[in-house]
Design a protein around this ligand. Sequence first.
Ligand code: ZN
Length: 85
Amino acid sequence: MPIYAYRCSSCGHENDHMQKLADAPLTECPSCHADTYQKKITAAGFQLKGTGWYATDFKGGTSGSSAASSSESAPACPGGSCACH
Ligand SMILES: [Zn+2]
């Protein structure tokens, strides 16, 4: 069952609701009871994916690329194999 993230544009209340595709979307905010409660289309799936991507990307990106670039760029130039000195 898909989870939909809802947000009230009136009071800013946010919550996730598990709904069937056939279910009518919620409109009434459970917090302030205004009819400004709206589905955030991308939120739930995007958030989960976003955090996952961010975690792996951050971990692999920093340790991997910094180690590789420092060990690779340092010996390349002082070694005399390039024409910049
Ligand atoms: Zn509200």
